[in-house]
Ligand binder design. Structure first.
Ligand SMILES: [Fe+2]
Length: 241
């Protein structure tokens, strides 16, 4: 059941309407990293989450994202209306000149929103990891928008939205941690084979660059994978034509 309260989750004040900036903001309305994508992604995931607490969190955050979608929509509306007297040449080339004022379900290039932006599957670990990536993408977009925002009121609203993406990231990470999967990449019922800790150095030139992602004792570093694979194929006959 849903209700709609005629009140924004964060107040907005736009002093300097800017249709060019509003077009950039469309990414967070009808774009891949936007609030519609996030809200629908977490909502759909909640239906196949077997853990009641995590399921409720996914629903709560999904609804918060719809609140954010409303804020972004209102910001776009405010940045595109009452601008007739101040329209610049650039403003007249925006999507709003043709499609009309206010938000549309397209991104800043006019590309229609698509469910293909949504990353969801049947496993809660997979879904929570996808959500951390989604929040990172949204946070990055908000930072770019924040730097371009034409007035303080818009900046304040965007700062709030950026902050909430970080808050959601923390929640998703804690949920993964509660499943013991924040630092453990293995999940599901199929155990990986012995290659799970092997690092193949496939960069052909320059000195090998080493770090925790390819170091012993966690990883076996194969400096010359071609040679090793050749030896393995000799032994097993696999890969020979
Ligand atoms: Fe979020």
């Amino acid at each position: 059941m849903f209700f709609h309260r005629k009140e924004l989750i964060v107040p907005i004040e736009v002093k300097k309407p800017d249709p060019v900036f509003a077009q950039f903001m469309l990414q967070q309305f009808g774009g891949a990293t936007g609030e519609l994508t996030a809200g629908l992604q977490y909502w759909v995931q909640s239906f196949h989450c077997p853990k009641p607490g995590i399921r409720e969190m996914l629903q709560d955050i999904a609804l918060e994202e719809f609140n954010h979608l409303e804020v972004v929509g209102r910001l776009i509306e405010e940045h595109t209306r009452n601008v007739e007297k101040t329209l610049t040449e650039a403003d007249e080339k925006t999507i709003f000149a043709l499609r009309g004022k206010g938000p549309h379900l397209v991104d800043e290039r006019g590309v229609s929103w698509t469910a293909a932006y949504i990353n969801e599957g049947g496993d809660v670990v997979r879904d929570l990891r996808a959500n951390i990536a989604a929040e990172a993408a949204a946070r990055e977009t908000y930072e770019i928008l924040l730097n371009r925002a034409p007035d303080t009121g818009t900046k304040m609203a965007l700062h709030y939205l950026l902050t909430r993406e970080i808050a959601h990231t923390k929640m998703f990470m804690k949920a993964l941690d509660s499943l013991g999967k924040l630092t453990d990449p293995v999940f599901g019922n199929v155990k990986p084979d012995e290659s799970v800790n092997v690092y193949y150095h496939l960069s052909a030139n320059g000195a090998p660059l080493r770090g925790p992602w390819n170091q012993e004792p966690e990883f076996t570093y194969i400096a010359d994978p071609a040679k090793v694979l050749e030896q393995q194929h000799e032994l097993t006959g696999v890969g020979k034509h």
